[in-house]
Write a protein that binds this ligand. Structure first.
Ligand code: TMP
Length: 206
């Protein structure tokens, strides 16, 4: 059986990932592709508990390395229990964030060493990497404005604007370094424009 394709979707807060995910799900379903849609941190019972721990507000300061290691603990559980089995069964996997988020948020945002993240990625998921990554790129003021309207800000969404600026630059640097895998989408366009771009890439993948 052919291995499924692995697609991830990334972007800053309020960039419109949910709308794009809904479109990708519907489009691939129409094409008769069996798709597993999941998210990080999360995607399994244990990884969702780690997600709650990571996103809640705490009195105690969260050490940046502890944050990174928890992201990768959740990821290991998710890859081994959900992502790998699905790909092996020929299903396509659509993941709302993956390791690029650890580089952007913990590497660029928290300024942890990239070499350490490289090592973790290698140990935790080896060759299981997305075939295609959509990066929804948006001005951080616009994105945070949307995020603030949505609901109460979680622990990471409560960071300073300088943190989100570093995250955005981090994502764009990663996209520039791997143009074959990344598809950068201008998320300031209207929904129809974003969907047309997503559809073009998916058609080429099929
Ligand atoms: P979201 O998926 O609902 O946007 O929330 C997940 C939050 O966790 C978001 O602020 C990005 C952050 N995050 C990291 O900091 N590192 C990671 O590796 C992942 C997957 C997410």
């Amino acid at each position: 059986m052919n291995r499924g394709r692995f697609i991830s979707i990334e972007g800053g807060e309020g960039a419109g990932k949910s709308t794009s995910i809904a479109f990708i799900q519907t489009f691939l379903l129409q094409q008769g592709i069996e798709l597993l849609s999941t998210r990080e941190p999360g995607g399994t019972e244990i990884a969702e508990k780690i997600r709650a721990l990571l996103l809640e507000h705490h009195q105690e300061k969260v050490d940046p390395y502890a944050e990174l290691l928890l992201m990768f603990a959740a990821r290991r559980q998710h890859v081994s229990q959900v992502i790998e089995p699905a790909l092996a069964q020929g299903k396509w996997v659509l993941c709302d964030r993956f390791t690029d988020a650890s580089y952007a948020y913990q590497g660029y945002g928290r300024q942890l060493p990239m070499a350490f993240i490289d090592e973790l990625a290698r140990w935790v998921h080896g060759d299981t990497n997305p075939d295609c990554t959509f990066l929804l790129d948006l001005d951080i003021e616009v994105g945070m404005g949307r995020a603030r309207q949505r609901n109460a800000l979680d622990r990471i969404e409560s960071e300073q604007m300088s943190f989100f600026a570093a995250v955005r630059q981090g994502y764009l640097s990663r996209a520039a370094a791997e143009p074959g895998r990344f598809r950068v989408i201008d998320a300031s366009q209207d929904i129809a424009g974003v969907e047309a771009q997503l559809q073009g890439v998916l058609e080429a993948m099929i």
